[in-house]
Ligand binder design. Sequence first.
Ligand code: ATP
Ligand code: MG
Length: 562
Amino acid sequence: MTTPDLTAPSNFIKTIIEEDLKTKKYDNRVHTRFPPEPNGYLHIGHAKSICLNFGIAKEFNGLCNLRMDDTNPTKEEAEYVESIKADVRWLGFDWQERMYYASDYFGRFYECAVELIKKGRAYVCDLTPDEMRHYRGTLTEPGKESPFRNRSVEENLDLFERMRAGDFSDGSRTLRAKIDMSSGNINMRDPVIYRILHAEHHRTGDKWCIYPMYDFAHCISDSIERITHSICTLEFEDHRPLYDWFLNELNLYHPQQIEFARLNLSHTIMSKRKFIQLVEGGYVLGWDDPRMPTISGLRRRGYTSEAIRNFAERIGVAKRESTVDIALLEHCIREDLNKRAPRVMAVLRPLKVTIDNYPEDNTEELDAINNPEDPDMGTRKVPFSRVLYIEEDDFQEEPQKGFFRLSPGREVRLRYAYFIKCVNVVKDDSGKITEVRCTYDPATRGGDSPDGRKVKATLHWVSARHALDAEARLYDHLLLKEDANDVAEGQDFKSIINSGSLEILTACKLEPSLANTKAGDRYQFERLGYFCADRDSLKDKLIFNRTVTLKDTWAKVQKKGQ
Ligand code: ATP
Ligand code: MG
């Protein structure tokens, strides 16, 4: 575990907590929770909430619970529970023994509902969902009271008991809080607190055929766990009066709900429900497809938990919705990998280069620096021989204006090796260049010329005889548009999916030092980007995901803004 970052910037939530500590509102306790619904894999937005909740607990010497908000039986699966635990752990947080399930509180929720009925604060209603909608009113018009609102306590207790016993069909009755049908806040217009649903639950099986609604279950769960600060996203702001109403009416321990703006990222969707459509519709290859903004997708793509935590810290918390440029997330991973990823040479689109004046069977071991940012990472040997590969686009037969790399008659440096000069070009019948012939200058070994001769480009390369085969998967944004809602009339986000978001290159060549690469190992391929070995790698063919390119568009934007 990392030590608390005492320099972490303040935010309005911390200010509230500091104030509560001063006034001893919760006897000096700080206890938060992260309460995901296990209906999908977590995404980078959840990471923000995880970092916030666990981060605050750590900073104030408090505790943070992990709670599965599993009150909705039809959508939840055990697979999701496991993925959530793995993701929170990977992000670097520890709930110790405090892993809870809202479904463990079903008995308690039921008792609370009975108590509300006894107090005359809840009633069984027979309106159909359509009728209920009609009775609810609108933002500008008050609602109408249900004809079942004034049932006696005895009748309500009997009906609710029979709802639980399974006497009624799905949707035929609900239990509703008796609050105020003319409230300006629609959430307070006699909200449903229990519904009938004959559905199997992943933990309680068929024990229950009535299930509590989110607003009712959530505040009671927080109360049972003696949470002090119940931090949630802005869309629950209008639900806070209801949160408070339930706890007051039930006379229960009362946490403070605090709302913050959810994370939106450009070029990205951020909803488990939409991810399911991507996965099931075959738009991506699974929940952890490296194009997905899921935590498991980012991990597979090569993101580090440090970079994600740093990103969460940088975006901060606010009270107003906004969209964060995905370039900032990319900037954070680049910054981290720049420090830790060893540099290696890899050629993604190989073009054969033969050095005519280099001895046929000779091999030399040249010294290469593992990370110029970190001298402790040392050096390694890279083999050089007569036949090499360079990047296809590092050669132009007729160089365009501004192209300074290899072309006929021109000299360039091969990194850590020699100056080479192109003397000839070999083509196949179709006119495609299949090989470039060069000569080298033995006096430039290591990449420096003793006579001070300058070259305008340094290329990366791999010795053909020593190269390892690899596949590289290059990713681009999942959405073509910055804003996921920027779609034509009647269309949804699927209409702006970037069909070019995955490019697979199958003939890549790597320097031999990568022979013992394991899944998850990260490198900088010089001049190309950061790459992470995928778990699909084969014995004789490594597979790499490109985590991010080297071009930092965020840094550029920042500079311009200065
Ligand atoms: P989704 O729409 O993706 O399913 P959700 O809000 O329904 O998201 P939950 O599992 O209910 O997902 O969320 C668990 C916690 O994560 C909640 O406290 C929620 O406020 C928070 N959260 C969800 N999405 C974001 C986001 N984009 N940014 C910050 N916090 C988020
Ligand atoms: Mg939810």
